[in-house]
Design a protein around this ligand. Structure first.
Ligand SMILES: *[C@@H]1O[C@H](CO)[C@@H](O)[C@H](O)[C@H]1NC(C)=O
Ligand SMILES: *[C@@H]1O[C@H](CO)[C@@H](O)[C@H](O)[C@H]1NC(C)=O
Length: 377
């Protein structure tokens, strides 16, 4: 077939070339449409979703050096905080799309195409723009960047088409872990210094969650105003069980406080998204309870194919949790047996399994619908 078409189209015939080009364009349009239920993925968030934005920043929060990427195609350290691919790579794979490129790489190219998806996620980012201030692209700043992309899409596609394109697209958001980690770490430091100083007024950790949700409300409203209609919210994991926080406890237990905050944050985010969807009939969402999903692996590693759910694979010191993954760090031989890659981040295997549950799983882990259903709307 291909050979026959090639013999029909001769370079001497501009008209048949044009016809062939039209046929090829049609073929690709059709296959693209058949391949994916969403035209593009726009990603905002933190290091769980960063695919290289921080490579362009002057910051300590980078992963563009070994042993990161040791299992990535070409053993390339891309800036992903992982031994291989991360959750947004698997999200794109599941949807038949290429991974959305990092905004800071795309925006510096001569003629950026924002219609195939953009990733704004930045390692270190939090809901609060004070979290890792000046070390990352804050979530607020990511939304500012998205506003620029929105304006550019309106200019290139026209208002109606840009609006329709964004309404069909998936907005994947993972934010909150860094705020909780900072809160838990500073609390743990304060607690050891002045063990039982304070009489209890209002629960300070509840005030902290309320403050995060207050900020998140404004941020999600802004995204809605900029055309986001299919929102995938990847809730925070059991951050108290990341090797770095376990390391703070003499018994190497998970931080119950950090895990509790994560559960309350996810529940409040679920209420917020539920209220938005009730208010805006054209908005749909899926919320993934990363805490509950990842705790299953941590509590029952063998049942999920893991042998190590506490220590990091790559790092230095006790449980490889004192120092992050650098070229000088130790790393484990068998990454597929570890839940955690470094002192904060999951391995590629963990990310693949979690994404698969979010994609095709059901409540209570992913609700009120899964990613496949959200995409198909
Ligand atoms: C940071 O957050 C505060 C409070 O939400 C807000 O007033 C301020 O404008 C934000 N700064 C930036 C640079 O976004
Ligand atoms: C790596 O670990 C996984 C899970 O524990 C196991 O199934 C696999 O056989 C291991 N691979 C090697 C090469 O040891």
């Amino acid at each position: 077939m291909a050979a026959a078409a090639a013999t029909v189209v001769t370079p001497s015939s501009p008209r048949s070339m044009a016809v062939a080009a039209a046929i090829i364009a049609f073929f690709f349009a059709v296959t693209a449409a058949a391949a994916s239920p969403v035209p593009a993925i726009y990603v905002l968030g933190d290091s769980l979703a960063d695919v290289g934005n921080n490579n362009h920043l002057v910051t300590l929060l980078k992963a563009d050096f070994p042993h990161n990427g040791i299992d990535y195609p070409g053993q390339k350290a891309t800036g992903r905080f992982s031994n291989g691919k991360n959750s947004v790579d698997f999200l794109a794979e599941n949807l038949g799309l290429a991974t959305s490129p990092p905004y800071l790489a795309l925006s510096s190219s001569s003629n950026p195409n924002y219609a195939n998806g953009v990733n704004f996620a930045s390692g270190g980012a939090g809901v609060s723009n004070l979290t890792n201030k000046d070390q990352c692209i804050s979530f607020d700043k990511q939304i500012d960047y998205f506003a620029t992309v929105y304006a550019s899409l309106v200019q290139s596609l026209g208002q109606a088409q840009a609006t329709a394109h964004l309404a069909k697209s998936l907005f994947a958001i993972t934010i909150g872990s860094n705020d909780i980690i900072h809160y838990a770490k500073s609390n743990s430091a304060a607690n050891t210094k002045q063990a039982s100083a304070s009489g209890a007024a209002a629960d300070p950790s509840q005030q902290f969650v309320d403050a995060l949700i207050h900020m998140l409300t404004g941020q999600l409203q802004r995204l809605y105003a900029l055309g986001a209609r299919k929102v995938l919210f990847l809730g925070t994991g059991p951050v108290g069980c990341c090797p770095s926080l376990r390391e703070l406890s003499p018994a190497k237990d998970c931080s119950a406080e950090a895990n509790g905050i994560s559960v309350r944050y996810n529940a409040a985010a679920a209420s917020l998204l539920g209220a938005m969807a009730a208010r805006y009939a054209d908005m749909h969402y899926a919320l993934f309870d990363s805490s509950a999903a990842l705790l299953q692996y941590i509590d029952h590693p063998a049942a999920h194919g893991f042998t190590e759910a506490k220590a990091a694979c790559c790092g230095l010191g006790d449980m490889n949790a004192k120092i992050g993954c650098t070229p000088l760090s130790f790393y484990c031989d068998n990454r597929t047996s570890h839940v955690f890659w470094d002192f904060y981040h999951p391995t590629e295997t963990t990310a693949r399994m979690l994404t698969s549950t979010a994609f095709d799983g059901s409540a209570p882990l992913i609700f009120p619908m899964n990613i496949r259903q959200l995409s198909a709307i």
